[in-house]
Design a protein around this ligand. Structure first.
Ligand SMILES: [Zn+2]
Length: 180
């Protein structure tokens, strides 16, 4: 079971240190200090009303994934140093392909059918590889940023993004699946 917690004082300071349009620095596996955070399990977020901390974090995470020269399709909060279960996923399965936020996401069912998919990661410089371990379809449970509980079936490339980003919440990096 995940721990539950609010944002810490230092997380709140970090979120609000710059405008909501300002990207965060993305942590890199090649940096020892960064890699310790990238390998730490994140906690569930407890919603707090009366402030814009979550909304500002989501805006800045979207600015971060869109800012990247490597054309990111998703990002997880630990990649910017916030150890909370929050991810941004580009929904290639929706018209306009929007970037959306998912709070406390969990995969509750995996299809046995797998898919091959070429992956890269904003935290892993200059490396792409094709994994064949990703499920073709997954059933996910999550909360929206407006506190609605949802259960949804996702498939195809979008399902790969969810699996990759939810792995980050558990300290798992896509290169862990690559056999040496
Ligand atoms: Zn990644």
């Amino acid at each position: 079971m995940s721990q539950n917690s609010n944002f810490t004082e230092s997380e709140i300071n970090m979120i609000n240190s710059k405008s909501p349009k300002t990207p965060f620095r993305v942590l890199q596996v090649t940096n020892l200090q960064d890699s310790i955070l990238l390998r730490t399990k994140s906690e569930n977020l407890v919603f707090e009303s009366g402030n814009r901390n979550l909304a500002n974090l989501i805006d800045r995470m979207i600015a971060t994934v869109q800012d990247s020269a490597t054309t990111g399709v998703g990002i997880a909060a630990p990649q910017i140093g916030i150890l909370k279960n929050i991810i941004i996923v580009q929904r290639f399965d929706k018209p306009e392909k929007p970037f959306e936020a998912y709070i406390n996401p969990k995969i509750i069912k995996y299809s046995e059918m797998k898919q091959d998919c070429r992956e890269g990661c904003l935290s892993v410089p200059n490396k792409m590889d094709t994994l064949s371990t990703r499920s073709y379809a997954i059933l996910i449970a999550y909360e929206t940023q407006y506190r609605q509980n949802q259960i949804e079936m996702v498939e195809g490339f979008t399902a790969v993004i969810f699996q990759h980003e939810i792995d980050h919440l558990n300290g798992v990096i896509f290169t862990d699946y690559i056999k040496p």
